[in-house]
Design a protein around this ligand. Structure first.
Ligand code: SAM
Length: 277
C-alpha cells in the first residue's frame, strides 16, 4: 500500500484531528487489535502495543500491508485476512482474549446511516444482521472495546450502556457528519499514548511546550532535587491511578485479582535518569 493510498483510504481515520481524538480515548493495553484495518490510520499513528494485530477481509488490503508493514515501523504486527467477526469469535471461544487487550473496530458504516449508498469497499457490511452479529459479539468480549460508527437506532438499542464520545468530521463528499465512538470501559485515568493529548491543535501544542519547559527545568536542577520531585510525582501517580484496566465480570474473579492484571505500562514511566546527566 503506498502512503498515498493509506492517506486516501475510504473512511480512513487520518482526517484532521480524528486519529488524535481516538488515541486519546485509549487506556493502556498490552495487545492492540484493529479489527477492520483498511488503511489503519490509528494503527499507524498510535504508540504500538507489545502485540499488534490487524484484521481485514479484503485480501488486497492485507496484501498492501505486507509491503507497508516495515515502513509503518510497527513491531510485532500480525495481519490477518478474514472476517473479523469469525476471527474474534474463535479467539473468544479459545479464551485467547485477555483483559489487557484493546480492540478498535471501524467497520463499514451501516448503509442506512450513510449519506450515499455507493459501495466504498470491495466487501461491505451491507446487511443489518451483520452489524447485529458484530455488536452482540463485541458485548461478550472480556477486554476493552472501541467501536466507530454513525448513530443509528440499532447501535443505540444494542449498546445502551456503553459510554460514547462524538466528534465532527467530514464525509468523502465534504459534508459535515457526527462520528460516534462507543466504548465498553469507563473514562480512563491513564492513556496508552499521551503524545496527542488536547482537544485541538492549539491545546496539543500548548501541552507539548509545557512538557518541554518542565523537562528542561528538571534536567537543569541538582540531581537529588530532581529525584525528590520525581519520587513525589510517582507517589501521586500510584495513589490516583485507576484500579483496573477493564473489569469485565469474569467468573470467579475478584477486584484484587483484576488489579494484578495491570500491565507494567500502566505504571508511571519515569524518564531514564541518564537523560539528565
Ligand atoms: C471504514 S474501513 C476502515 C478504515 C480504517 N479505519 C482506516 O483508518 O483506514 C472498513 C474496513 O473494513 C473491511 N471489512 C469489511 N467487512 C469486513 C469484515 N467482515 N471483517 C473484516 N474487515 C471487513 C473493509 O475491507 C475496510 O477495509
Amino acid at each position: 500500500m503506498t502512503d498515498t493510498i493509506f492517506m486516501t483510504y475510504p473512511g480512513g481515520k487520518n482526517g484532521s484531528g480524528v486519529f488524535q481524538q481516538l488515541i486519546n480515548l485509549m487506556p493502556p493495553h498490552h495487545t492492540y487489535i484493529e479489527a477492520f484495518l483498511g488503511g489503519g490510520a490509528v494503527m499507524r499513528t498510535k504508540r504500538p502495543a507489545t502485540e499488534n494485530i490487524g484484521i481485514d477481509i479484503d485480501k488486497n488490503v492485507i496484501w498492501e500491508w505486507g509491503f507497508a508493514k516495515n515502513r509503518a515501523g510497527i513491531p510485532n504486527l500480525t495481519t490477518v485476512c478474514n472476517d473479523a467477526i469469525k476471527v474474534l469469535t474463535i479467539e473468544l471461544e479459545d479464551h485467547r482474549i485477555t483483559a489487557d487487550t484493546l480492540i478498535y473496530c471501524d467497520p463499514p458504516y451501516l448503509m442506512s446511516t450513510r449519506s450515499s449508498q455507493r459501495q466504498l469497499y470491495a466487501i461491505e457490511m451491507a446487511e443489518e444482521q451483520q452489524h447485529r452479529d458484530l455488536l452482540n459479539l463485541l458485548r461478550k468480549l472480556p477486554c476493552m472495546v472501541m467501536l466507530s460508527g454513525y448513530w443509528s437506532p440499532l447501535y443505540a438499542e444494542l449498546l445502551p450502556d456503553w459510554r460514547t464520545h462524538t466528534y465532527q468530521a467530514q464525509t468523502r463528499s465534504g459534508k459535515p457528519a457526527t462520528e460516534w465512538v462507543w466504548m465498553n470501559y469507563p473514562e480512563p485515568f491513564e492513556l496508552h499514548d499521551y503524545r496527542f493529548l488536547g482537544n485541538n491543535f492549539r491545546q496539543r501544542e500548548s501541552i507539548k511546550r509545557q512538557k518541554t519547559r518542565w523537562l528542561t527545568r528538571l534536567q537543569t536542577m541538582p540531581a537529588l532535587k530532581r529525584m525528590a520531585l520525581l519520587d513525589a510525582i510517582q507517589s501521586m501517580s500510584a495513589s490516583t491511578s485507576s484500579p483496573t484496566m477493564y473489569s469485565s465480570p469474569v467468573p470467579g474473579e475478584t477486584a484484587e485479582s483484576i488489579d494484578t492484571r495491570r500491565h507494567p505500562s500502566q505504571q508511571l514511566a519515569l524518564p531514564d535518569p541518564n537523560l539528565f546527566q
